[in-house]
Write a protein that binds this ligand. Structure first.
Ligand SMILES: [Cu+2]
Length: 567
C-alpha cells in the first residue's frame, strides 16, 4: 500500500473513484433507466389523447396497455428462457395458458374477463398449431387488408348525453371502394339508460330498428296519425323516412339497445336528424326561421317563442320521471296497425319459427317476401344464435349483402373473397387504388380467393357481400348471438356448402366426377360424411371429441388429450 503514502497518487485515486461514482449516478437517472416498452406505452397513450374522442379514447388506451403487457410478458419469456422461439412443449404452453387465464380472473370482470380469456385462448391456439402465424406483422397486415370488418371503435358518437348515446358507423365507401354498392346504407346503435327519453325528431333515411336488449316505447307522430308501440327484445320495426319519432326506455334497471339500419334519401350515405323539439341543445330547427316568420306562423309574440325555443339544454336523451313514463306507456300498444295501406308496428323475430336450426344453433329471418314492412326497402333482418363450441356450416347469400353485428358472445369468422385474391394488389384501398380497381378485371384463368378472417366481439360489424362463402365459429365460453341486416334481400337465399342440406346434394354424380377428377362415388362419400345440417360442432369441440375417442396411449398422449379437452 505504498502508493497511498504519496499524496499525488492518492489524489488521482480519489479522482477516478469519484468519476466512477458519478457515472453510476447517471446510469441510475430515471430517464436513462426508463424501460423502452414503458416509453412506448406512454407514446401510445398520448396518441390516443390526441386522436380519439371520449369513449374511444378509453378503449384506445386500454389497447395500448394490453400491448404493453403482452410485450412485457414476451420480454420476460426471453429473459427467463422459458420459451425459445415458440418451441414450447405442450406442458409449458398449457401452463402459460393457465397463468394467462388466472391473470384475467384476478384483473378483469364481466365482458372484459371474457375478452381477456379469449385472448389467452387465441394465444394458446396459435402457439399450439400455427407457429408461422405468430408473426404480429403478418397479423397486423391481415387486419388492415380486411375492409369488411369494422371493429366497435369505428362507431362515432353523434349525440352523447347523460342518459344515452347515439353512435353511427363510418360510411362504408369511405373504407373501401368494394363497399360502394352499399354506400347509401348506414348502421348505428342507440343506447338508452333506464328511464330515459329521446326527443322528437325525424331523419332523412328509411330505417329499420331492431331491439337487441331491454324494453321501451316508440311513438310516431304524423300529420293525421299517431302510433305508439311497446318494444321488447327481438322486435323489428320499420321507421319510414321523415316520421317524427320519440322514444322511451321504460325499464328501471336495464339499458335499451337498438340497432338501426338506415338508407339515406338525400345525399348517399349522409343521414341527418331534424329536431322539432329542443332549444339550445339540441338546437331546434325552428331556430333557423326568422322571428317575424315564427310570430306569424305560431300567432304568438316573439318573447314567448324565444322562451319556448330557448329552454332545453340537456341534449337529445334525457331522464324521464316515473309519472311521465307511465303516462306515455298508457298510449302504447303492441299490435301492428294498418294505416293508409301500409303496415306499421313491430313484429318479434324471436317468436317466429327458426328458418333452420340444429343442436348447435338457430337462424331466424324476416324477409321482405313475408313481411310487408320490409318490402319497399328490400331489406331483411336475421338473428343467428350459435351455441357454445358450435359453428355454422359454410354458406353464402345468393343475392343479399349482409351487415352483421355481434350482440352477445365472441366469434371468429372466415370468408373467401375473390376481390382481394389477386396477390400483392390491394384494389380496395382508398385513393390510389380507385382507378386501379376499375381496370383490374380478372385475368383469364386466374382464380384465387383471399382468406378474410378475424374475431368478432360485441359491437363489431362485419359486411358479408353477396356470393361470398363464409362461416362463423363460436369462441369463448358462451353462445354467440349475431344480428344481421340484409340489403337487396328479396329472393335471396342461404346456400350451404357442406352438410346434409348443402348444394352438393343437387349436383349429378357425373358432374361431381368431372368437377373433382375423382370417381363420383368417392366424391359423394366424402361430401356425405357430414350428416348434420346448418350448425355443427366447431373445430375445437370436434378435436376434443376425437381425442376423447382415441383412448389413452402412453403419458404424452394422455397429456395432449387433456389439453385438447379444454377446447
Ligand atoms: Cu370480395
Amino acid at each position: 500500500m505504498a502508493i497511498f503514502t504519496k499524496p499525488k497518487l492518492l489524489f488521482v485515486f480519489f479522482l477516478i473513484l469519484s468519476l466512477v461514482l458519478v457515472s453510476q449516478c447517471y446510469d441510475q437517472n430515471p430517464r436513462g433507466d426508463q424501460d423502452p416498452q414503458q416509453e412506448k406505452l406512454r407514446e401510445c397513450q398520448q396518441r390516443c389523447e390526441r386522436q380519439q374522442p371520449g369513449q374511444q379514447r378509453q378503449l384506445c388506451k386500454q389497447r395500448c396497455e394490453q400491448q404493453y403487457k403482452k410485450e412485457q410478458q414476451q420480454q420476460h419469456e426471453r429473459e427467463t428462457g422459458e420459451d425459445d422461439l415458440g418451441n414450447r412443449g405442450p406442458e409449458k404452453r398449457y401452463r402459460k395458458f393457465q397463468e394467462c387465464q388466472r391473470r384475467c380472473q384476478s384483473e378483469e370482470q364481466g365482458q372484459q374477463l371474457q375478452e381477456c380469456q379469449q385472448r389467452c385462448q387465441q394465444e394458446y391456439q396459435r402457439e399450439k398449431g400455427q407457429q408461422v402465424e405468430t408473426n404480429p406483422e403478418w397479423e397486423q397486415q391481415e387486419k388492415s387488408n380486411n375492409p369488411y370488418l369494422f371493429e366497435s371503435q369505428r362507431f362515432r358518437s353523434r349525440y352523447r348525453a347523460s342518459h344515452g348515446d347515439f353512435r353511427i358507423l363510418e360510411k362504408f365507401n369511405q373504407r373501401s371502394q368494394l363497399l360502394k354498392g352499399i354506400e347509401k346504407y348506414r348502421v348505428s346503435v342507440l343506447e338508452l339508460e333506464p328511464q330515459s327519453f329521446v326527443l322528437p325528431h325525424h331523419c332523412d333515411g328509411e330505417a329499420i330498428f331492431v331491439v337487441v336488449k331491454g324494453q321501451g316505447i316508440i311513438s310516431i307522430a304524423e300529420q293525421d296519425n299517431k302510433n305508439s308501440f311497446n318494444l321488447q327484445k327481438g322486435d323489428v320495426i320499420r321507421v319510414f323516412a321523415g316520421s317524427n319519432v320519440y322514444m322511451l326506455n321504460k325499464d328501471n334497471n336495464e339499458k335499451l339497445f337498438v340497432y338501426v339500419l338506415a338508407k339515406s334519401v338525400n345525399a348517399p350515405g349522409n343521414l341527418q336528424q331534424y329536431f322539432s323539439a329542443g332549444g339550445q341543445n339540441p338546437e331546434t330547427f325552428y331556430k333557423a326561421f326568422s322571428s317575424d316568420i315564427l310570430e306569424s306562423a305560431f300567432n304568438n309574440p316573439r318573447d314567448k317563442l324565444e322562451r319556448l325555443f330557448g329552454q332545453h339544454k340537456e341534449g337529445i336523451i334525457i331522464k324521464a320521471s316515473e309519472e311521465q313514463i307511465r303516462a306515455i306507456s298508457e298510449h302504447a300498444s303492441r299490435s301492428t296497425q294498418q294505416t293508409k295501406g301500409r303496415t306499421q308496428g313491430p313484429f318479434n323475430l324471436l317468436k317466429e319459427r327458426p328458418l333452420f336450426e340444429s343442436k348447435f344453433g338457430q337462424f331466424f329471418e324476416a324477409c321482405p317476401e313475408r313481411f310487408e314492412q320490409l318490402r319497399d326497402l328490400d331489406a331483411a333482418v336475421g338473428f343467428m344464435n350459435i351455441n357454445q363450441g358450435g359453428m355454422v356450416l359454410p354458406y353464402y347469400n345468393t343475392k343479399s349483402t349482409k351487415l352483421v353485428m355481434v350482440v352477445e358472445g365472441n366469434a371468429r369468422f372466415e370468408m373467401a373473397c375473390p376481390h382481394l385474391g389477386r396477390q400483392g394488389q390491394s384494389p380496395w384501398s382508398r385513393g390510389q387504388g380507385r382507378e386501379h380497381e376499375q381496370e383490374q378485371e380478372q385475368e383469364e384463368g386466374e382464380v384465387h380467393y383471399q382468406k378474410i378472417r378475424g374475431n368478432l366481439n360485441v359491437g363489431d360489424v362485419l359486411v358479408i357481400p353477396a356470393g361470398h362463402p363464409i362461416t362463423f365459429v363460436a369462441t369463448g365460453n358462451s353462445n354467440v348471438r349475431i344480428v344481421g341486416f340484409g340489403v337487396d334481400a328479396q329472393n335471396s337465399k342461404k346456400n350451404f356448402l357442406a352438410g346434409k342440406q348443402s348444394i352438393w346434394r343437387n349436383v349429378d354424380r357425373e358432374a361431381k366426377e368431372l368437377s373433382f377428377s375423382m370417381p363420383g362415388r368417392e366424391v359423394e362419400e366424402i361430401l356425405q360424411k357430414q350428416d348434420q345440417s346448418y350448425f355443427v360442432a366447431g373445430p375445437e369441440h370436434r378435436q376434443q371429441r376425437e381425442r376423447g375417442e382415441e383412448g389413452r396411449r402412453g403419458q404424452d398422449q394422455y397429456l395432449s388429450s387433456i389439453l385438447d379437452f379444454v377446447f
